[in-house]
Structures are given as C-alpha cells and as structure tokens.
Write a protein that binds this ligand. Sequence first.
Ligand code: SF4
Ligand code: SF4
Length: 411
Amino acid sequence: MTDLLKQTDLCVKCGLCLPHCPTYTKTRNEGESPRGRIALIEGLAGGRLALTPRLEAHLASCLTCRACEDVCPSGVHYGTIIDAGRALIKSQREQSTREAAMYGLISRKPLLRFAARLLRFYQRSGLQRLARVSGLARLAGTGRLDALLPPLPPAPAWQDYYPPRGEKRGTVALFTGCVAEVMDTATLSAAIRLLTTCGYGVHVPRTQACCGALHLHNGQPAQARQLAEKNLAAFAALKVDAVISAASGCGAQLAEYDQLIADDQRTRSFAHSVQDISQFLAGIAWPEDITFSPLLKRVAVHDPCSLRHVLHQQAHPYTLLRHIPGIELIPLPGNAQCCGAAGAYMITQPALADSLRNDKLEALKAAGAEILVSSNLGCALHLAAGLRESGTDVEVIHPVTLLERQMRVIK
Ligand code: SF4
Ligand code: SF4
C-alpha cells in the first residue's frame, strides 16, 4: 500500500493530461479523468474513502489506454496505479461467476481451443445465423460477443519450429497469444512466412500461455504473474534474437514482465527481448530477391494505444507498408485517441466503447480508405464489428498480413 501511495503522490493534480483522456473528453466528469481516478485510488488506499459502486464505476470505465501517462510531465506511472487500484477493489469483493468463467477460459489454452471448436460448429451449422435472426443471441445476453466474432479459421496446427529459407540470418520465437491463436491465424501465419522468407528460423513454443494483460487490467495480478511465469519457462530454453508478438496488446504486456515480476534479471532480459512484429521486420535487412506487388489502394493505418502509448513503436507499420508500390498510406485521423476496444472493455463498457468507435468509423469514412490496418487483434475485431454493423465495406487486417499478401520472391 505504501508503494501505491508513493506513486499516487507523484501526481501534482496539474490536469495537463485531461484533454488527452478519452473518457474525460466524452463525459467532462472529473471522476472519469486520470487526475480524478488517481485521487480516488489515493483515498481508497489511504482509508479515507470507502469502496462504493460509484467509485468502482469510475475506475472500471478507464480504458487503460495510457494516453495520460504519455503526456504527464511529472512521470506518473498511471498504468501501474490503475491496475493496483483495481486489484485493491478485487480484494474487497467476490468475483462474479461469469467473470471467473471468462478469465478462467483465456488462462487455459486447451479449454479455449475446445471453446473454439464449439464456436466453429455454431458458425458453420447455421446456428449463429438463426440466433442472430431470431434475436436469441441478444436475449441470452451474448449478442455483443456474437457481433464481435469473425468467421473462425480452421484449427491451427503449429510446428514447434519453422526453418529459415536459404541462408540463416537468425532465430526468433513467436508469441501466439490466447484469442489470437484461435481467431487470427492469418496474422500469425503471415508473420511466420515473412520471418522465414527473410532468413529467420521461428520457434513456436507449445507450452506458452496467455500474456496475462486482461487479468492484470481486471485487478488480478496474481493470475497475471502465474501466466507470466508459464511464458518465461516456455521461452527460457530458447536461444533467440527476439521474442516476437503479432498483437501489440500482448507485446506491451510481455515487454513489461519486468514490472510485473520486479527485481529479477530473468524477467528483465525477457522483457528486453520482446519486439512487435513490425518493429522487428522494419529493423532487419531484407533479402534482395523479395519484391512486392503493387496495390493501388488507399490504406488507413490505425495506431493501437498499446503500440503508440506503451511500446512507442507506431512508426514501423508505415515503414513496412511503404515497401508496397502504389499504396496510399494515411494515418487514421484521431489516432492518438483510443478506439474503445481496450481488451475486455468493448464487452463490459458498451456505451463508451461504441461512442469511441463511432469517432473512428466517421474518420475512416471521411478519409475514404478501402483497407484499415491495425496491429492489435482486439482493436481490429471491435472496428470490424462496427463496420459490419454499419454495412461499410472496408477490409480490416494486420499490417503484416497485408505485407505478406503482396510479397513475391523472385525465382
Ligand atoms: S497524472 Fe500527471 S498530467 Fe495528470 S494531473 Fe497528475 S501530474 Fe498532472
Ligand atoms: S488510461 Fe486512458 S482512459 Fe484511463 S485515465 Fe488515462 S487517458 Fe483516461
């Protein structure tokens, strides 16, 4: 508790972060601002405030986008403070059955894979269409989750190791994630093909687990640490140049394992080895026999908060996509503001999540882009669901999936 109070004490309440906070901008409520939330956590941790549903709601509505942390002149570590504040709340109340089931599912890959099998049957048997048309999904309280669900790809069968093409330039390990492993096999396969074509051997450790970001932001640091330990053990034996993440939300969490499990050389070296796939590919020398087919389209680039405010690697998707001749790249206007996905937020806080998403969709429409690229799966699912709902025909994909699609190797 003393540590948390030391951190909240760094906030001098200047309010310079307020105009950068999406929830404050939307509500103009001090309790929905970084400064207000820090004051609430300070009061709760110091015993001056009691836990009330209102206080809990103010902390729950934070996106953990960390735009405030990026602009704070006093160096306040807002991300650490909000995670600790939520853990404090969790320690004072029971977890609901629904919450326990959801977080239990993403912690266990065999269970998640089984759930994915059921979902594939649900989609392919016509049950999904029936549930949507009849309104059953909405009545069962799963309408929102159902709307987010993309058509699931076939179950992946990853190899433990993918050898490089031609002369070996190095070796990396790929972090596959939990939801991404069953929903975004296209991005993971594209990452493997790009890396091996560039001369890198790719390990895909079987025993890796969810990164733990959702648990940490939900006030469950002990569960997040357990998952981190599993990942540290899964990657420990490998001698690699980098641990690559293809979803920036997971990458941001992996790169902060040294803060989750502090004072440990093991976690420091792991955290320093983590790179976003775009960062890694933008930093290597590409073999001269690789070329790219032209793409005469306008492509909007969405900067996920995890890539922009946490990893600070948002320039790399642009660098990579500029390899494609004829492509017209534009930053999605309003990129500094969160899209509202924010992990589980798009499910738990639908009103604010949709309002923030609408801003993005309006900006996208005005920009006239035909493709939207995003480096984080959660953001891509949330934005794609909004586009589907509005009947807008814009493809949403990961930048490296687009890059791989255009890649050609000169024989
Ligand atoms: S978090 Fe930083 S910018 Fe915001 S009020 Fe506190 S000191 Fe000022
Ligand atoms: S993390 Fe984002 S939503 Fe939360 S207080 Fe900071 S700027 Fe606002």
